[in-house]
Design a protein around this ligand. Structure first.
Ligand code: PAF
Length: 259
């Protein structure tokens, strides 16, 4: 295995400084692990954009509400490392919670603008936590570019706003959503789905497709409930994109499509 696994800021900075001394550029792929083909598409894009690629795996506690799935979020570092190694990633940065949030840590970031509404109405702690952890990862690694998936469309807008507002010296690049053959957007949380739920799940993509093709967004919740979803958080069109979030039992799925 040529992949190096690093767990602290100092060794990450040493590795990046070595690359910089050799004139090499660096891309960062922030993830929470449980990697799938969607993440590997981000790594592939990062390898095109830069000489060296760091993938971070950190299940970030500050973006989970106490009622959410932090404890049971899927973790498989050995499997993830094998995938990253085969993909050609240089460094897996997997810091501990204590490294990221040591005792006494007390700084927060409160994003507004694109961080208001939609996901934030249902997950009010999420974007503050994402803004905080991404800002830390960016300043720890110092990449030229960071690569995110378009599946988390609102998250990408929030990260772009934070980078602009805080004058962080990197570019944000995005990769289209990778889907299963039946249209379901790949997500680490798909592994929570029972076989019956998995069979119903592509209806989210199909209903968003219908809205993108002209069905009024107001009709989408009834369509999702009729397709077997238990509840619908929202389906809305913003800036030429239809976004939706709906629940199958305890599993919350999100997706979006250009329209
Ligand atoms: O999209 C994710 O996996 C997470 O929100 C991110 C960007 C890695 C921050 O923890």
């Amino acid at each position: 295995m040529t992949l190096q696994t690093l767990r602290d800021v100092a060794s990450l900075r040493d590795a990046v400084a070595g690359w910089r001394a050799a004139g090499e550029s660096v891309a960062l792929v922030p993830t929470m692990g449980a990697l799938h083909a969607g993440h590997l598409a981000l790594v592939a894009r990062a390898l095109v954009l830069a000489d060296r690629v760091v993938t971070s795996i950190f299940v970030n506690p500050t973006q989970f509400a106490p009622t959410e799935d932090l404890a049971r979020y899927p973790r498989d570092e050995a499997g993830d490392a094998a995938l990253l190694d085969a993909a050609g990633c240089d460094v897996l940065y997997a810091p501990t919670v204590a490294e990221m949030y040591p005792p006494g840590f007390c700084t927060a970031i409160t994003p507004a603008g694109p961080a208001l509404g939609l996901e934030a109405d249902f997950r009010p702690t999420m974007f503050g936590g994402v803004a905080l952890v991404c800002t830390k990862l960016f300043t720890q690694c110092g990449p030229d570019v960071a690569v995110f998936g378009e599946k988390d469309f609102q998250q990408v807008q929030v990260v772009r706003q934070v980078v602009a507002d805080l004058d962080l010296p990197l570019r944000i690049d995005t990769v289209p959503t990778v889907r299963e053959a039946d249209g379901l957007a790949m997500s680490s949380r798909n592994r929570y789905l029972s076989p019956a739920q998995r069979a119903l799940a592509p209806a989210l993509f199909q209903v968003l497709r219908a809205v993108a093709d002209g069905t009024p967004a107001a009709e989408a919740p009834a369509m999702l409930l009729a397709a077997g979803f238990d509840s619908v958080d929202y389906v809305a069109v913003r800036d030429g994109v239809v976004l939706g979030a709906a629940r199958l039992g305890g599993v919350r799925l999100i997706d979006n499509l250009a329209c």
